[in-house]
Ligand binder design. Structure first.
Ligand SMILES: NCCCC[C@H](N)C(=O)NCC(=O)O
Length: 469
């Protein structure tokens, strides 16, 4: 391995797979933090007095700065101007700061303090946790576009979709770990904040991993200094060129619709398991965790298929159909057997492997490489409207239309942490939220069709294999 690295890093297959492992690990740590709060929703409600709206507010914070302060767009420009090394390091530092604030907020006692924002009273704890999460959201999203660009840089013309699939698979391990072990950790340590602290430590290791990548990437660029393989520089007017491309819009809108039917769903999935399928709080994250676990094998599998056989647009269409079927079946009130929940989550995992495995490697077929950072940033920016808006909407819908059993005392089910008289539980009917998720899936089908048609018209090559013979 050392011999391979000593030869020419830019030509070494070993080196590029090591690079992939390094940056994918950083993303794993980031995704762990992204989803660490999901299985804690019932505990946050019972132990800290959060409502579903509070949880929706907190969850939506992920996109606040990305969307309203255009942080993602700036991030994309910085990426195309300053390069992957600077931008990647910057984004990991932002993530660490954000998680630090979130941990402090959840671990502190604010003595019931609250603030009024736009006429709504928000507890100070919820607000500070949300601000931390919003800062973290900037970091992880910029890291996401940076890593996509890193993979294109190192894998273009080679195993691009497989590499992207493997990176996403690693990221999903982070999500799966967050969903499955978080409630167990919280119970074990008798503290909701403990899993966040663990995530913070993990993220610091992820940062070190990125630093190692920086060393390798610097070496590669030095080797290629005078060769044609170095990219053209980014110009500001590139943005206008990107937004004039119809295929860009179809893929961006498909992205926001599809991902809004998955990531926000995952944020509520443990609560859905608890309320609809009668699974205990402690185990409520286990079935949802199978979704990312399933994608760990399937995303690289479908990526490899796309690399060798093509059919990227068809893969996205099939995934969109599957997601509608799953959410509609989740919406049926009579279906409450946990085995069905298991089958549906696995099916959703297949859909969630199909679409991303084809979507992200398709972007370089539509957009030239020197504009890729900005293009990915614009797509993520549009996607963040959904990642921000949909959880907020679902939280509001749950509180306003879906409460079926308010303030039932469940003290006997909870041990230790709080005084029994303070413990209450609200039960929810998830039919309407699941219909909302299904509606997003239906719109995804429409945009997947439009993309397929545009590909035929413009010859992007989305149906062609990625590996050049
Ligand atoms: N829970 C993490 C959200 C990451 C969103 C990010 N913009 C993204 O779409 N990444 C690609 C992926 O499939 O995770």
């Amino acid at each position: 391995m050392v011999a391979a690295l000593q030869k020419k890093i830019s030509e070494s297959a070993t080196a590029r797979w090591i690079v992939l492992a390094l940056v994918a690990f950083t993303m794993l740590c980031g995704y762990f933090i992204t989803d660490v709060m999901a299985p804690l929703k019932p505990m946050l409600e019972q132990q800290m007095g959060w409502s579903s709206s509070d949880y929706g507010f907190f969850t939506s914070a992920y996109g606040w700065f990305n969307v309203f302060l255009l942080m993602l767009i700036f991030g994309g420009m910085i990426l195309d101007k300053m390069g992957v090394r600077f931008t990647g390091l910057m984004s990991t530092v932002i993530m660490v700061i954000g998680v630090g604030i979130k941990y402090w907020a959840i671990a502190s006692d604010f003595g019931g303090a609250s603030v009024t924002i736009f006429g709504s009273v928000i507890s100070s704890q919820v607000l500070w946790a949300a601000i931390g999460y919003a800062i973290f959201g900037v970091g992880i999203e910029i890291a996401g576009i940076t890593v996509s660009k890193i993979i294109v840089k190192w894998f273009k013309g080679k195993e691009l979709a497989l590499a992207m699939g493997l990176e996403m698979a690693c990221a999903r391990i982070g999500t799966a770990l967050a969903l499955s072990i978080t409630p167990l950790l919280a119970e074990e340590f008798g503290s909701v904040s403990m899993p966040i602290l663990l995530g913070l430590l993990l993220l610091c290791i992820g940062m070190i991993s990125f630093v190692v990548f920086v060393v390798m990437d610097t070496k590669r660029d030095r080797e290629l200094k005078d060769s044609a393989e170095l990219e053209e520089p980014f110009r500001f007017r590139d943005i206008f060129e990107i937004v004039r491309i119809k295929g860009f819009w179809y893929i961006a809108i498909l992205c926001v619709l599809f991902y809004s039917a998955v990531f926000p769903f995952l944020k509520y999935a443990p609560d859905l398991m608890f309320n609809k399928f009668g699974i205990s709080e402690k185990l409520s994250g286990i079935i949802p965790a199978l979704l990312p676990f399933g994608t760990i094998l399937l995303t690289p599998f479908f990526g490899n298929l796309y690399d060798r056989r093509g059919k990227g647009a068809t893969i996205m269409l099939v995934g969109s159909f599957m997601i509608v079927a799953v959410h509609l079946l989740f919406a049926v009130p009579a279906f409450t057997n946990w085995l069905l929940a298991l089958v549906l989550i696995i099916t959703l995992g297949i859909a969630f492997s199909l679409v991303p495995s084809a979507m992200w490697p398709s972007v370089p077929k539509i957009i030239p490489e020197n504009k890729l950072g900005t293009a990915y940033a614009l797509i993520f920016w549009i996607q963040n409207w959904g990642l921000m808006g949909v959880p907020y909407l679902i939280g509001k819908v749950l509180d306003n239309y879906c409460v079926v059993d308010n303030a039932t005392t469940v003290a006997e089910e909870i041990t230790g942490v709080v005084a029994p008289e303070t413990v209450t539980r609200v039960a929810y009917d998830y039919t309407v939220p699941m219909l909302i998720f299904a509606g997003l899936g239906v719109l995804s089908i429409l945009f997947a069709f439009l993309l397929l048609r545009e590909n035929k018209k413009m010859g992007y090559g989305l149906q062609q294999p990625n590996i050049r013979k």
